[in-house]
Design a binder for this molecule. Sequence first.
Ligand code: MG
Ligand code: MG
Length: 256
Amino acid sequence: MISLKTKEEIELLRENNLLVSATLAEVGKHIRPGITTLELDQIAEAFIRSHGAVPGFLGYGGFPNTLCISVNENVVHGIPSDYALREGDIVSVDCGTVMKGFYGDSAYTFAVGKIDPEVQRLLDVTKEALYKGVAQAKAGNRVGDISAAVQEHAEKNGFSVVRELVGHGLGRKMHEDPEVPNYGARGRGPLLKEGMVICIEPMINMGAKQVVFEGDGWTVRTRDRKPSAHFEFAVAIGREADVLTDFGIIENAINA
Ligand code: MG
Ligand code: MG
C-alpha cells in the first residue's frame, strides 16, 4: 500500500532529510586519508543526536551503526570499522534519521583525495543518473519512467545498474511502498501521485552489474570487485519533483 503524505508530513520529512544532508556535510568535512570509517560514524551519531534526532539505521534490522559506509567495490550497507581511508578511495555514506515520527534517508559518494579520472566519471554519471530520475518524479508519471531514465543514463555511459537493491517509499517507516528500481521500462509500474514521498537511489557499477552479499550479513559488493557509486535523494511527488535532500550543503562543505 502506498501512503500519501499531507503537506505537514512532507515538511517533517524535509526536516529529517535536511538533517541527513547536514550530517553528510559534516562527515564530508572529515573525509581524508587516515580517518577510519568508525570515526566517521561517531561524528555522524553525535551530530544527529545534538540536533534532537535519532540515527535511523542504528538497530534497524539489527544494523550495528549510524552510517552505512561502503568503500570502493562495496556497493551499500557496509559496516563502519577500523579501516582507514586511503588516497584514491571512494566512499559511499548512507545516512538515516528519525525525528518527530518520520524518517530521513539520503546518500552521497565522496572521493578521498585525488581519484582516478575513470572513477570520477563513475561518480559524475551516477549523480547525473539520479538527477535524470528525479526529473521524472512527478504526478502522472509512473515509477518505470524514473527507472528507465536512471538505467539509460548509466548504460549509455558504459556502466551497469545493480538489480538486487532498489529505492523505496519513505515516511513513518524507512522502507515503504512502492519499490523504485534503477532499471525498468517507461510507462510501467505504479502511478506517481501528489503526496507520495520516495527515495531514488541509483547504485551504479563500473564493471558488471552482479553483486555478492558478504558473510557479515550486511555488506553488498560488486562480484568483479570494480568500484560502485551510490547517490540518494528523498523526493516528494508534486506537479514537479520536490527534492527534500540538499546536496548543495554537502558540496559546499567538501569544496570549502
Ligand atoms: Mg539510504
Ligand atoms: Mg534508501
